[in-house]
Design a protein around this ligand. Structure first.
Ligand SMILES: Cc1ncc(COP(=O)(O)O)c(C=O)c1O
Length: 385
């Protein structure tokens, strides 16, 4: 038993204190507002990060820094013209923030289940859902696939379906910062991509997010909505409903500092995954979730395991309680949206995959603060269980 609690994924700052340097600069120059050099600098860093895939292409995406990933999803829906009464297809196996902005627009999320390889949106079920919604009289206004726990989805197949029915795609890459699919950053395949820099993510700005936009003109429109939709008049004139969703220059300073160590964070999460895979290989009834295809490079934001009770001798929740008593945080997988009380009457296309995962899976500590000794201790605790 250790005195120190081992957490899933804590914020971790650069040893050189780069974050504080950018914050101090903001204070010294009095840029303590939701715009300024750090916001611009952070957006440039993010564009640099996503626009240079390892596949020989160069992209020209524009990134707008916002107050949260949830705000990014919301603004993308606003700009896609999602309105009251519309339907938006959303992956069911996700955190509520993927779907809630659809409800903010008084539109209806339509949930689609996952396929078992990536745990993300099943492209075949997606097509069935689209056909059925169209037959019911409503073509969905957008599709929101998610990169759960940083795992790439079968995005080529999803994009193919989306293009066939001419429906825009909003990739929720909140958990997928740094994950690549065929060498290209997730969040850059669809019309929009969402990033989150919440305190528990791959990099953090304490709280924050960003929207990857297809071009400059779209980015300007997103910025317009993010800053209260002020029209270009000397006085305040409003012709649209706006939001206060811009990132603060202080938070962006943290983000700029974090970008100096993003590669270290990525390497660490992958190292932790390798340790779990190796350490649990001979444990009957426990499987570490890894990429099902070699062209998928997950960030392994949170490493996850499936516990088969008949082989392991206990279920995921009994194991969670043992880990908890040993001062190790673990967490059940996301409860699918179609099982949530708030969305119980919402249309859903279900194949049983996410329900089964929810009943068997656990997230294990994975962040930059998790040491090799911590992993030894976690592995030992699981094996002793
Ligand atoms: C899948 C998913 N979507 C959206 C969000 C929302 O991001 P934020 O917390 O920055 O609003 C999160 C994380 O919190 C998430 O895990």
């Amino acid at each position: 038993m250790t005195n120190k609690r081992i957490w899933l994924c804590l914020a971790h700052m650069s040893e050189a204190g780069e974050e504080m340097k950018f914050i101090k600069e903001a204070f010294d120059t009095n840029w303590v507002v939701p715009l300024g050099p750090n916001v611009n600098g952070f957006e440039k860093d993010l564009e640099e990060f996503v626009n240079h895939p390892d596949n020989g292409r160069t992209l020209s995406k524009k990134v707008v820094a916002l107050s949260a990933g949830t705000a990014a999803i919301h603004l993308a829906l606003v700009n896609l013209g999602v309105k009251a009464g519309d339907e938006v297809i959303c992956q069911s196996f996700t955190f509520a923030a993927s779907a809630n902005p659809v409800t903010y627009q008084v539109a209806t999320p339509v949930f689609v289940d996952s396929e078992p390889g990536t745990w993300n949106m099943d492209p075949n079920l997606l097509e069935d859902a689209i056909k059925d919604r169209i037959a019911n009289g409503k073509k969905p206004k957008a599709i929101i696939p998610v990169y759960l726990y940083g795992m790439p989805a079968y995005i080529d197949e999803i994009m193919e379906v989306a293009k066939r029915y001419e429906i825009p795609v909003l990739e929720d890459a909140a958990e997928g910062f740094g994950s690549r699919y065929r060498g290209q950053a997730v969040g850059t395949f669809g019309d929009y991509g969402v990033m989150s820099f919440n305190g528990n993510k791959m990099i953090t700005t304490s709280g924050g997010g960003a929207l990857i936009c297809p071009d400059e003109e779209t980015a300007k429109r997103i910025l317009f909505y993010a800053t209260q939709a002020r029209e270009p008049f000397p006085y305040y004139q409003h012709e649209h409903i706006g939001y206060n969703y811009r990132m603060s220059n202080i938070c962006a300073g943290i983000g700029r500092g974090q970008m100096t160590i993003v590669d270290d964070h990525l390497a660490h999460h992958i190292h932790v995954k390798d340790r779990y895979v190796e350490g649990l290989a001979d444990v009957d009834g426990i499987t570490v979730h890894v990429a099902p295809e070699d062209y998928m490079e997950p960030n392994y934001w949170l490493n996850t395991i499936i516990v088969e009770p008949d082989k392991f001798g206990m279920d995921y929740d009994q194991l969670r309680q043992i880990l908890d008593a040993a001062n190790i945080e673990s967490r059940p997988l996301w409860k699918p949206m179609h099982m949530q009380p708030i969305y119980k009457d919402t249309p859903a296309y279900i194949n049983g995959v996410s329900e089964e995962l929810f009943c068997k899976g656990l997230c294990l500590p994975s962040g930059p603060m998790v040491t090799d000794e911590d992993i030894d201790y976690i592995l030992e605790t699981i094996k002793n269980a």
